[in-house]
Design a protein around this ligand. Structure first.
Ligand SMILES: Cc1cc2nc3c(=O)[nH]c(=O)nc-3n(C[C@H](O)[C@H](O)[C@H](O)COP(=O)(O)OP(=O)(O)OC[C@H]3O[C@@H](n4cnc5c(N)ncnc54)[C@H](O)[C@@H]3O)c2cc1C
Length: 367
């Protein structure tokens, strides 16, 4: 039987960051990934926004890890030449009633320690983004965009340089706890048995499934799972904005916002659709609802420039109508097993927080 100090299940941005953090602390790490490449799950189906940390409940893991992770991420991108741009963002109030919501978001952001934010009036908004219509806006200067695949390649490179191995096409199948180790089996073309001193579950949408295959884990430690699909439409023309444009958040999501990638291609989304199973098809019939939402802050949106693009699925602890849930990151105390760390509900701002999550998991596991 093959023996290794730590096994991480999942080579998305979170698993790679955890592997990097564990390897940097001297552990021998093996990352198991079922797909033929890294980052083919949630990590390649998102908005690629580096979030400032405006919205999350003060003190929550989302708030803390987003703000710390965002600062670390900008530094990391600069050090490693990961393509990114600190383009800034506007959250736009479309009606006087929404002005009050922006004040509340600003207060929450300040409580989270977010820097470089300012409320601006309609005249200033018109000056800096002439095509956006609103009664006021919250300007966030630390929001940006990133090439998420380049980030993951860089994290993988760091982890491998510190001795970690990423094993593709190798699904985790099941495991059982021994007194001082975990014995796990992998599937795929060459099934193997591995004994490890630490198992980290960073399997994204499949984290629940991985935990369910752990013999000896108390099922009560596994939180509820809800799936919130988010579809995107892209624009066939360039959008006339230099910052990301967001509405005041709607229930269940941040609202249909405009982001662009580093090549300048604009896209709108994601919306929120509660689903029972993962399915990435974009329903062209959602276009009318997108147009109506976008025209609240960009009335001149031309007809027929939106085309279905892609969709992602958020793994959520909280369901429809519930208050937004936090990340759930269970160290050995919470899982009830010295050798097991599990992550559930790593939705947005997981990409922004990835470096901070890596460090947090390493500190929980090695405490
Ligand atoms: C619509 C949407 C928009 C978002 N926008 C943003 C944003 O703008 N900014 C931001 O900061 N965050 C954003 N996020 C959140 C961010 O994308 C996620 O938090 C992050 O990508 C989660 O990464 P992960 O590694 O946990 O999951 P994944 O990337 O899904 O990685 C999990 C990996 O585990 C593998 N796996 C699963 N089961 C097994 C198994 N049995 N054996 C081996 N491997 C397995 C999968 O193949 C996958 O590669 C968004 C999310 C969504 C859905």
């Amino acid at each position: 039987m093959f023996k290794i100090e730590a096994v991480v299940v999942g080579a998305g941005v979170i698993g790679l960051s955890i592997a990097r953090a564990l390897a940097a602390r001297g552990l021998e790490v093996l990352v198991l990934e079922s797909e033929p490449g890294i980052g083919q799950g949630i990590s390649s189906r998102n908005s690629e926004v580096i979030h400032a940390g405006l919205y999350y409940a003060p003190g929550s893991l989302k708030a803390r890890l987003c703000v710390v992770g965002r600062r670390a991420l900008y530094q990391y991108c600069a050090d490693r030449n990961v393509p990114h741009r600190r383009c800034g963002k506007l959250v736009v109030a479309a009606t006087p009633e929404e002005d009050a919501a922006l004040v509340a978001i600003k207060e929450r952001a300040e409580a989270n320690g977010v820097e470089a934010i300012a409320l601006i009036g309609a005249a200033r908004l018109n000056e800096i983004e002439p095509h956006v219509r609103g009664t006021s806006a919250l300007l966030s200067n630390t929001t940006g965009i990133i090439d998420s695949h380049a980030l993951m390649l860089s994290l993988q490179g760091d982890a491998e340089a510190a001795g970690a191995t990423v094993q593709l096409r190798t699904p985790f199948a099941e495991a059982s706890f021994g007194s001082s180790s975990v014995t796990l089996r992998t599937g795929g073309a060459e099934p193997a048995e591995i004994e490890t001193g630490l198992l980290v579950n960073a399997a994204g949408l499949k984290a629940w499934d991985v935990s369910a295959r752990l013999h000896g884990l108390d099922p009560k430690t596994i939180p509820p799972r809800h799936l919130a699909k988010g579809s995107y439409f892209s624009m066939t023309e360039r959008a006339p904005f230099s910052r990301l444009i967001y509405p005041v958040p709607m229930s269940g999501g941040l609202g249909i916002h405009l982001t662009f990638d580093l090549g300048g291609e604009a896209r709108f989304g994601p919306d929120v659709e509660w689903v029972d199973a993962v399915d990435y098809a974009v329903d062209p019939g959602r276009k009318q609802a997108f147009c109506a939402a976008i025209r609240r802050y960009w009335p001149e949106l031309p007809d027929d420039v939106l085309v279905p693009a892609y969709a992602g699925v958020r793994p959520r602890i909280a369901g429809p109508g519930d208050a937004p849930g936090d990340f759930v990151i269970q160290g050995p105390k919470a899982t009830g097993h010295q050798r097991y760390v599990a992550l559930y509900g790593i939705e947005s701002p997981g990409l922004t927080a990835s470096l901070a999550i890596g460090d947090y998991v390493a500190s929980l596991a090695l405490a």
